[in-house]
Design a protein around this ligand. Structure first.
Ligand code: FE2
Length: 361
């Protein structure tokens, strides 16, 4: 749990209030913990007499800006974005409703977080990784997306500035597995995709922390050191006796770009591994929507717009469109300003019509 203390003036719609600095008897909310889901909630909060609010940054939005509905509409028309057709949707039937599956997927998410931390610590000390644990959690995550295709999506938006590496790897993995599910990959492929995505950056344990966490612009020399991490990830993953080559390729090639401008090999187009093409999109999207030492997070819709602009150069465009179809223009949890000027939070994606998510206003 990542709790931040904010002054009442800093609080925004979409944030998850963990507690207030006044007692339950003094404020008008039913519970001490709740999501600020409307302007009315925000106004009540600002008038209730609390000076500080403790916000759980992992459960609600922390720093995303409100997106105007026009912005999403322009994006849809400019890029002719389409939802999933009904035939495709029929192949992706859920067995369990998202809210119900979310309880299980949240447990898997945090269990994976622990296992990932252990894997990083072991790799940093040159000790063997507990591969069985990694495969077990990837398998559990895949079972979850087969029960409900979207349960992991909202978890894939969790941000934690202090433990960025772990949450970034987890999120990339959640996003990759979900996109893979929408691409109708089988379970074995999804597990291989999830394992590779979880450990794609593990080679960073061999890069000095002062370079990884440097707030300013990297020098050419520092950047050439950072660029070695896919190679180190490949080396570490190759030690697993039963890992699939696809997972290793994902880790080695996740910084390759579709036009050949990436690294380490400068591979072009479909010479880049299919899993690495998917991971590149999830990797860039999660990095853009996270606070970094050198810049603040972008909202998902703005990140998608930027990625579409870079689309044909950097990414496999058809995978990028599929990625946007899965997440929607307004991913779950996005704060949208509606045409009525009301503010609402997206609670479900409408896969058939990207412009019309299900909103709690
Ligand atoms: Fe990376």
């Amino acid at each position: 749990m990542a709790i931040k203390k904010l002054s009442i003036a800093e609080v925004k719609i979409g944030m998850y209030v963990h507690s207030l600095d006044i007692s339950w008897f003094q404020h008008p909310f039913l519970r001490n913990s709740f999501i600020i889901s409307s302007e009315e909630d925000l106004a009540k909060l600002q008038k209730c007499g609390a000076t500080y609010v403790y916000v759980d940054t992992e459960r609600g939005l922390y720093n995303f800006e409100t997106i105007n509905q026009d912005y999403g509409r322009d994006l849809v028309s400019k890029w002719r974005l389409k939802g999933i057709d009904e035939g495709e949707c029929a192949k992706l039937q859920d067995i369990v409703p998202r809210q119900e599956e979310l309880k299980t997927s949240r447990k898997i998410y945090y269990q994976t977080r622990k296992i990932l931390e252990d894997a990083y610590h072991r790799a940093a000390r040159g000790k063997p990784i507990n591969w069985n644990e990694i495969f077990k959690v990837a398998d559990a995550a895949v079972e979850s997306v087969f029960r409900n295709k979207d349960a992991f999506l909202s978890l894939g938006m969790i941000k934690n500035y202090d433990a960025y590496t772990f949450y970034h790897s987890l999120n990339v993995s959640c996003l990759c597995i979900t996109v893979g599910r929408y691409l109708l990959f089988d379970k074995e492929d999804l597990i291989a995709l999830g394992v590779g995505a979880l450990l794609h950056d593990i080679g960073k344990v061999r890069i000095p922390a002062k370079i990884i966490n440097k707030p300013g612009r990297l020098t050419e020399e520092e950047f050439s050191i950072i660029k070695k991490h896919p190679e180190y990830s490949q080396e570490i993953l190759s030690r697993c006796p039963h890992i699939r080559w696809d997972s290793i390729h994902l880790a080695y090639q996740h910084h390759e770009r579709f036009d050949g401008s990436g690294y380490p090999l400068g591979l072009k187009g479909f010479r880049i591994n299919q899993f690495a093409l998917i991971a590149a999109i999830a990797d860039v999207f999660d990095a853009m929507t996270s606070d970094r030492p050198y810049r603040s997070a972008m909202s998902p819709a703005v990140a998608m717009a930027r990625m579409l602009e870079q689309g044909e150069r950097d990414f496999c465009f058809s995978y990028l469109l599929k990625f946007i179809q899965c997440l929607g223009i307004y991913p779950i949890g996005t704060v949208v300003e509606l045409d009525s000027r009301q503010i609402g939070i997206v609670t479900e994606i409408n896969h058939l019509n990207l412009e019309r998510p299900i909103i709690l206003a």
